[in-house]
Design a protein around this ligand. Structure first.
Ligand code: KIV
Length: 298
């Protein structure tokens, strides 16, 4: 496991200490749950910062939640870099992880290293995440050896959901659970500092988490992983699309947003907004002068 190359970001008074890789390892050792959330822009990053989460992931789920694609597959590296840069500007202390999009790392080690370097150099990410075991294990090794911390992701891997038979839970037979465990152990051996378990039975996640030295962050993997991650738009009730079974909605922000915009529209149509308190005054004398000059000009 390598040290975290933190991008210098000025801290504000009262900020907690920046979260580093050793902090996450220590949390696992002490049994303190790690909190990770996704963010895709400046305001969502500011919210994550204010809520004092440990890790922020610029997930390729942003393809669907903020860019409106039907899946995570079409999002480009350029689009992800733009989202990640905005998040960087809104974040000071959580560890920032950028998700390598589909097609940006699978072809070769040089391709994987070059893309990961862009997330660090151009967007200021502290680490990157990639999906799957198999050939991704070697890509993870290459990126880690190039000095960039890597997070793995096993179980349901949305970039290759078609090959997995769709968006469905993984590891539900002994054979499939063993395959998830082997992928996770291989990613650890390749130098990953952490691994995400998505949509696997809680009992399987608990057994594999105990066997791994690196922190496991779960999503739909039960309560025994070392931490949890949820998609910002899912947990706040902003996203209107399909919500997986494992999501708990902690707020209904979309309803509040619709109510707010509908109220604004109603007040504009009724002439109730803007009121005098929303405008700028001018001295009566100046106004008379202006009227005269305007009349003279026309
Ligand atoms: O893209 C994403 O948001 C993710 C998390 C669900 C782990 O990969």
């Amino acid at each position: 496991m390598s040290a975290t190359p933190r991008t210098p970001v000025s801290r504000a008074a009262g900020d907690p200490a920046p979260v580093t890789l050793p902090c996450l390892a220590e949390k696992k050792r002490l049994g303190q749950p790690i909190v990770m959330v996704t963010a895709y822009d400046y305001p969502s990053a500011q919210v994550a910062q204010a809520a004092a989460v440990d890790v922020v992931l610029v997930g390729d789920s942003g393809a669907m939640t903020v860019l409106g694609y039907p899946s995570t597959v079409p999002v480009s590296t350029e689009e992800m870099l733009m989202l990640a840069s905005a998040v960087r500007r809104g974040l000071r202390t959580p560890l920032l992880v950028g998700d390598l999009p589909f097609g940006s790392y699978e072809a070769s080690d040089p391709q994987a290293i070059a893309t990961a370097q862009r997330f660090v150099k151009e967007a200021g990410c502290d680490a990157v995440k990639l999906e799957r075991g198999g050939t991704s294990v070697q890509r993870a090794r290459a990126i880690a050896e190039a000095g960039i911390p890597v997070m793995g992701h096993v179980g349901l891997t949305p970039q290759t959901a078609t090959a997995l038979g769709g968006y469905r839970a993984q590891g539900r037979t002994a054979r499939r659970a063993l395959s998830v465990a082997r992928d996770a152990l291989a990613l650890q051996e390749a130098g990953c500092f952490s691994v995400v378990f998505e949509a696997i039975p809680a009992a399987v996640a608990a057994m594999v988490t105990r066997r791994l030295a690196i922190p496991v962050i779960g999503i739909g993997a039960g309560p025994s992983t070392d931490g949890q991650v949820l998609v910002f738009h899912d947990l706040l009730g902003i996203y209107d699309g399909h919500t997986p079974k494992f999501v708990k909605r902690f707020a209904d922000v979309r309803e509040q947003m619709i109510a707010g915009v509908a109220q604004y529209a109603a007040e504009v149509r009724q002439g109730a907004f803007p009121g005098p308190e929303h405008g700028y005054p001018i001295d009566e004398e100046e106004l008379q002068l202006f009227r005269k000059e305007l009349e003279a000009e026309s």
